[in-house]
Design a protein around this ligand. Structure first.
Ligand code: NDP
Length: 294
């Protein structure tokens, strides 16, 4: 039985972070500029706190300035919007990330739209989404960007591949589909209302699963030799009352059919922050008219 190449997202993310750190050092040496990333956390969601801590650590490790802002859960939408406007104006801030989810009394769409699109390192602002949709240079959402980098680590030119994306969220499914179009793939986007999902998935030379359902994609949905990128992060009961993380793809079975596959954890996950750092560097260079060689 053949076994898929395991795409090591941890290693690829580490390489990307090193490239970003080297470019930050050059920017600082040649232009006297240190890129700055502001991360805003509202409330005390434990998972968000872990993400924000990791972002802070990795931002500083890349030689950038990390500005962490923690606000209480009682912060009003007006107060948060005022902070975003202040960060928009600050010269030392190149990237602004408001950690989602926000408390229910705050309209996250309104907050995202308040971020200066030039500093929107999450790539969620409708201007960046529109630029991506129309093939213009944009700040691109981090997890989808990570998926493309991982797929290209297996096959640098994706031109002509049949790509199937399962999931159509604004955060993952739609932007990854738009990026794949930009890579000249023939793209199908499937979702919860799609009929005959196994048959659709089985057409894919490149399958991207962004569903949020543990081990939903089975081995017999996968075309032999396909590249499989699993975005899902699902907590399921493990041994001894503990939890373990699994993806949206049944990894243990799928690895015997796919040509290359990302594990969970250690696949797409580590790429997200690495791409956030890359976006912050891109934003810092673009705002100052500095040419970047990444
Ligand atoms: P959403 O819940 O926003 O979207 C899920 C998508 O999957 C929807 O489009 C939905 O379809 C589709 N879907 C759900 N159930 C089915 C089904 N039974 N059959 C077919 N399609 C289905 O999730 P996200 O896009 O935000 O995230 C997806 C997964 O990726 C999650 O596990 C999340 O934790 C993970 N994730 C990982 C990240 C990382 O690695 N850093 C970052 C972001 C997300 P419909 O639109 O019809 O409802």
């Amino acid at each position: 039985m053949s076994t898929a190449r395991i795409i090591d997202g941890k290693l690829i993310a580490e390489g990307l972070r090193e490239d970003v750190a080297a470019a930050v050092a050059r920017m600082s040496r040649d232009h006297g500029v240190t890129p700055g990333l502001a991360v805003v956390l509202v409330g005390d969601n434990p998972a968000s706190e872990v993400y924000v801590r990791n972002k802070d650590r990795q931002t500083r490790a890349a030689g950038m300035t990390s500005i962490e802002m923690k606000l209480p859960a009682t912060t009003s939408e007006r107060e948060l919007l005022a902070l975003v406007h202040e960060l928009n104006r600050r010269e030392d801030v190149d990237g602004i990330l408001v950690q989602l989810p926000l408390p229910p009394h705050i309209d996250s769409g309104r907050v995202i739209e308040a971020i200066d699109p030039a500093k929107d390192v999450d790539g969620f602002h409708p201007i960046n989404a529109g630029r991506l949709a129309t093939g213009q240079p944009a700040l691109v959402p981090c997890t989808p960007l990570g998926c493309i980098i991982l797929a290209k680590s297996v096959q640098p030119d994706l031109t002509g591949l049949d790509a199937v994306v399962i999931g159509r969220s604004n955060i993952v499914g739609k932007p990854v589909a738009r990026l794949l179009l930009g890579e000249n793939c023939t793209v199908t986007v499937a979702h919860s209302k799609s009929r005959a999902l196994p048959e659709i998935a089985a057409r894919a030379d490149l399958l991207i699963a962004a569903i949020g359902q543990p081990e939903f994609v089975r081995a017999d949905w996968i075309k032999p030799g396909a590249i499989v990128i699993d975005v899902g992060i699902n907590r399921v009961p493990g041994e001894g009352g503990k939890h373990r993380l699994v993806g949206d793809v049944h990894f243990e079975d799928a690895r015997h059919v796919a040509g290359a596959i990302t594990p969970v954890p250690g696949g797409v996950g580590p790429m997200t922050i690495a791409c956030l750092l890359r976006n912050t560097l891109t934003a810092a260079a673009a705002r100052r008219g500095i040419a970047l060689a990444l």
